[in-house]
Design a protein around this ligand. Structure first.
Ligand code: 13P
Ligand code: SF4
Length: 375
């Protein structure tokens, strides 16, 4: 049995906002003077609140810069989780999407976790409601339940393992080697990629990321012909035909790492375009080209930018800090249960990887280059 999900993301969904509403709520770009004033205010508020800013690579470049400059971190979802858990600050401000804030809260229930906009969600999370997911699990009690980080706390609470794109391959390979059959949710492309690489017996939930789902293999192939010698970097939430063309498949941090390390002048990048800011900083002198999101006749739904990540801005971040607005709450009982699969992943990462890196490390050295699977 295969779970099929069909969700219309263009309308408000349940208590949160769909794509159209998310774009409508993306903060207007402030003027240069407003921007300077907002950044000053945020620096002061971070100090006043003894808070640390934890940002994802897909959010606005200025939020990333503020995180780096104020001692926070810009990272993929695995390292965001670990950084928030290990940092001494009592308040974490998570610039990203809701599952990242929830993961931070689950790992640090005694900390205050704020977000610029609590409705910044993720199509994978929206496409995997806990009731249907639980029924799917109940129908397959013989399978080990592995969920992607991009899920609600309640879905994590139903899982045996949580993984991120930077470590899912290793964890499933390990489970497979121990003879376990997997029930995977929610991203069908990442699940299919891991299944192919590991040969594991995996039953896949049919969710997808509405940003990565838009990348097109045929157009990518045509673009590659225009740039001979360019390396193709692909996030594994992309469709199989796109992954098949990749020189490197990996999490956001791993793709930035590859941009630094690989001996090429040009890169075609199939992930959210927010990542290009850090790639250009980490690998100056190299050229980064966005992978095509649509063919000639298609409409561009996503334009390679996540509408929910785009909801994070300087003004709503400053307001959240100033007023203590937009605090993440996770039901303590669900949080306690959801922590089990997250801790399993973090313990596995600690055992199997020398270290997981944040953007701050990337420019310093390009030695460790683990866990990058060429397609
Ligand atoms: P990473 O963990 O690779 O940063 O991915 C998170 C995400 O949401 C990608 O769309
Ligand atoms: Fe979710 Fe895709 Fe946005 Fe990542 S880019 S947060 S997977 S919708």
């Amino acid at each position: 049995m295969e779970a099929i999900r069909s969700v219309e993301y263009d309308r408000p969904i349940g208590l949160t906002c769909g794509v159209g509403e998310a774009w409508a709520r993306v903060p207007q770009a402030p003027s240069p003077e407003e921007r300077r004033a907002l950044k000053e205010r945020i620096r002061a508020l971070l100090q006043r609140e003894k808070a640390v800013l934890v940002a994802h690579y897909y959010v606005d470049a200025e939020l990333q810069e503020l995180a780096d400059e104020t001692g926070g971190c810009v990272a993929d979802s695995l390292e965001m989780a670990r950084f928030g858990r290990d940092h001494a600050a009592r308040t974490l401000v998570v610039a990203g999407v809701r599952f990242m804030g929830e993961t931070a809260k689950i790992l640090s229930p005694d900390k205050r976790v704020l977000m610029p906009d609590l409705d910044a969600t993720c199509s994978l999370d929206l496409g995997c409601p806990v009731d249907e997911f639980s029924a799917f699990c109940d129908a397959h009690p013989d399978r080990t339940v592995v969920v992607y980080a991009n899920t609600s706390a309640a879905v994590k609470a139903r899982a045996d393992w949580m993984v991120t794109s930077s470590i899912g391959l290793e964890i499933v390979a390990d489970l497979h080697a121990r003879g376990e059959k997997i029930l995977w949710a929610p991203d069908r492309h990442l699940g299919g990629y891991i299944q192919k690489k590991t040969g594991a017996d995996m039953l896949l939930w049919q969710g997808s990321c509405l940003v990565h789902d838009e990348f097109k293999g045929i157009e990518l192939d045509l673009l590659r012909n225009e740039y001979p010698g360019a390396k193709i970097l692909v996030h594994p939430e992309s469709p199989e035909g796109v992954v098949a063309l990749a020189d490197v498949v990996g999490s956001t941090t791993q793709l930035i790492d590859a941009a630094v390390k690989l001996d090429a002048k040009r890169f075609i990048v199939a992930t959210d375009l927010g990542i290009l800011h850090k790639m250009r900083l980490a690998a100056p002198g190299k050229t980064f080209i966005e992978a095509p999101t649509a063919g000639n006749s298609a409409t561009c739904k996503s334009c390679a930018h996540c509408p929910w990540m785009a909801m994070n801005g300087l003004a709503n971040l400053a307001d959240a800090l100033e007023r203590g607005h937009n605090e993440i709450h996770v039901d303590p009982a669900i949080g306690l249960r959801a922590r089990v699969p997250i801790d399993r992943m973090l313990d596995f990462a600690a055992r199997h990887k020398k270290r997981v890196r944040t953007s701050g490390d990337l420019a310093k050295d390009a030695t460790l280059f683990t866990n990058v699977g060429a397609a």
